[in-house]
Design a protein around this ligand. Structure first.
Ligand code: MSP
Length: 593
């Protein structure tokens, strides 16, 4: 039984290839049964982060959104290199009442505030290794042209009309609210002030003539879209939530404001007295980036996957697909939704003074360390709490001790004096468990390890598909622990290269452990690109051998050749990930803080 599962995971039947995706139309193995993977079916993949408001400096929640998108995009690049480089866009959302008010409060012209904060986001993402191919600002001319064109299409299709809008508007959330979504809270002077029930932000009564989009016409088409694409919104509870919202009435949507009230925005074409609603303006960024309205945008649309926080689900899963359908375009391929980071159990906010600065975290924990922390601990389905001790504990145990220690154990010159990828001995580790013989040294747990690591790439791919990146990392970490157990069990430091009995088994133990490390390094590339590069370089794995298509784990176990056997390891460039509690202790000593 064990044998069958080991061999199946290793892909014994035919070749040692692992069941991963190739290029276009490749087979993938989501939820057991092989099926053509939706992601691979698109020749192109286009990932987007939300575009970020520039009313305040970035915090770790913003970085988290961007890192999720970056990891998905990098994983896609690893898995389907033949499909062409995937695209990753990010940028800043610079118009609207919120920015207009923030600039006034700071005594700045809106464009000066936008330039300053947009540059902070751009720098943060560069520093954090977010490999964005595009950075869009909604104040750019190319974006104004795209939005005005999109508006023109909606107007030409009879989907906009002028009408009186009367209701609540929340400037912080940039959204209209019905009475039922408004409550009263004591203000600074004790008086009762109307606020949004969901966000707690102040709302004000608005009554004006606006352009209105016939959103109500799209309730049925949206329901049909979601029912026929059950994976349009991932994870599933968010898909379900949107379908629930669509059970209720869907009123038409006011899509402009009087420019006397909102001047910081894109004017309605042909009517300067009105400014386009900032959410319509912002959502169109996803088209601007790919060249809309020029025909070239069609090679990227609808291959878009939007990564968003749960607070902006309604805008992306209802307004945006309805606007797209209205403009004669398809809804996006996928919407990946994540939850939020809180700090010591509280929402992060400037007024509470508990905002965690992501740049300081990257400095303190290193780029790869902080990326790993956010993606390992962030769970899309529910909120996560941030505190510093948690970061140190996780990184020290999983990256410094477990992974770094494993690499060190297998490459240290004391154990591996020849500095090579040693040979695997089939007599010591036969592919059939339970065989008796004088040379057989492998035990049942060793077969379990091989089986677990062989199954890991598929497990990781499934977790990426389901937007459970933390589970992918948990699975890698569990295999790292298992591999450390394997090394500990066979204590290669007690075996001698001089002994003809020990030497083949010593080589085999190191070979298996290095093969496991190669798999871990390959799978960690989307999350910790620098650390994975250091690991794979130390193993002597070239850039062309780091894709998922090349990941044939332990081919010698199935009687195939291993290209790495006998190869020299790469140079030793020091500890893979230095322990933070020690570096912190050094910092405290040096700075006396
Ligand atoms: N500008 C809009 C998005 C327009 S997209 C066409 C916006 N901007 S935002 O700056 O407020 O938020 C950007 C992203 O950061 C959202 O996905 C939001 O969910 C995310 N986060 C904001 N605070 C967050 C946390 N505390 N934790 C995790 N993500 C958070 O909304």
């Amino acid at each position: 039984m064990l044998q069958t599962s080991v061999l199946r995971a290793l892909g014994r039947q035919g070749s040692p290839r692992l069941p991963l995706l190739g290029g276009r139309g490749a087979r993938c193995f989501v939820s057991g049964a092989p099926s053509v993977c939706e992601d691979a079916a698109h020749a192109r993949a286009y990932f987007t982060t939300p575009i970020f408001y520039v009313n305040a400096a970035p915090h770790i929640g913003h970085l988290y959104s961007a890192l999720l998108a970056d990891a998905l995009c990098r994983f896609r690049g690893l898995r389907a290199p033949g499909a062409g480089a995937p695209r990753l866009s990010t940028g800043t959302d610079e118009h609207g009442l919120k920015i207009q008010q923030a600039a006034a409060a700071a005594g700045l012209a809106p464009h000066a505030l936008c330039d300053r904060v947009s540059a902070q986001f751009r720098r943060l993402f560069q520093d954090a290794g977010v490999a964005a191919t595009d950075f869009v600002r909604t104040t750019e001319e190319r974006h104004r042209a795209a939005v005005q064109h999109f508006w023109g299409v909606l107007a030409a299709r009879g989907l906009l009309y002028k009408g009186l809008y009367e209701g609540w508007y929340c400037a912080s959330d940039e959204c209209f609210l019905p009475d039922a979504k408004v409550t009263r809270q004591p203000g600074p002077a004790g008086e009762l002030c109307p606020v949004s029930l969901e966000s707690g932000h102040p709302v004000s009564w608005t009554k004006e003539e606006n352009y209105i989009f016939r959103l109500s016409q799209f309730r049925e088409p949206l329901r049909r879209w979601l029912r026929s694409s059950p994976r349009a919104i991932v994870p599933e509870p968010f898909h379900h939530a949107v379908l629930q919202w669509l059970e209720e009435e869907l009123p038409d949507l006011s899509v402009s404001r009087r420019s006397s009230h909102l001047h910081w925005g894109i004017p309605v074409p042909g009517d300067d007295s009105q400014t386009i609603y900032v959410w319509v303006d912002a959502l169109v960024n996803y088209l601007t980036v790919i060249g809309y309205p020029k025909a070239e945008f069609r090679s990227w649309w609808p291959a878009a996957s939007h990564i968003i926080g749960k607070d902006i689900l309604k805008f992306h899963a209802i307004y945006w697909p309805a606007l797209l359908l209205g403009a004669g375009l398809s809804p996006p391929h996928r919407i990946y939704v994540h939850s939020h980071w809180t700090v010591c159990g509280q929402k992060m906010s400037k007024s509470l003074g508990n905002v965690v600065d992501p740049t300081a975290c990257l400095d303190r924990y290193t780029v790869d360390g902080f990326r790993y922390f956010l993606l390992r601990q962030g769970v899309p389905n529910w909120d996560c709490d941030y505190y510093d001790e948690k970061v140190v504990k996780l990184l020290d145990s999983e990256l410094a001790d477990a992974l770094g220690g494993l690499l060190n154990r297998c490459t240290a010159s004391r154990i591996n004096p020849s500095g090579t990828y040693p040979a695997f001995c089939t007599a010591c580790f036969p592919s059939e468990p339970g065989l008796q013989g004088p040379s057989v040294r492998a035990q049942a747990e060793d077969y379990a390890l091989v089986s677990a690591v062989a199954a890991l790439p598929k497990q990781v791919a499934e977790n990426y598909d389901n937007f459970q990146i933390y589970k992918a990392l948990e699975a890698v970490s569990s295999c790292v622990r298992q591999t450390n157990g394997f090394v500990q069990r066979h204590a290669p430091w007690k075996l001698s290269w001089e002994s003809p009995v020990d030497a083949p088994w010593l080589g085999t133990v190191l070979h298996v452990a290095l093969e496991c490390l190669r798999v871990f390094g390959t799978l960690l590339q989307p999350v910790t690109p620098n650390l994975a590069d250091k690991l794979l370089s130390r193993l002597g794995i070239s850039a062309a051998e780091r894709g998922l298509g090349e990941l044939h784990f332990l081919p010698r176990f199935c009687g195939h050749q291993c290209p790495f056997e006998g190869r020299r390891l790469g140079p030793d460039t020091g500890l893979l990930f230095p322990r933070l509690d020690q570096s912190r202790a050094r910092m405290v000593k040096a700075h006396g803080t």
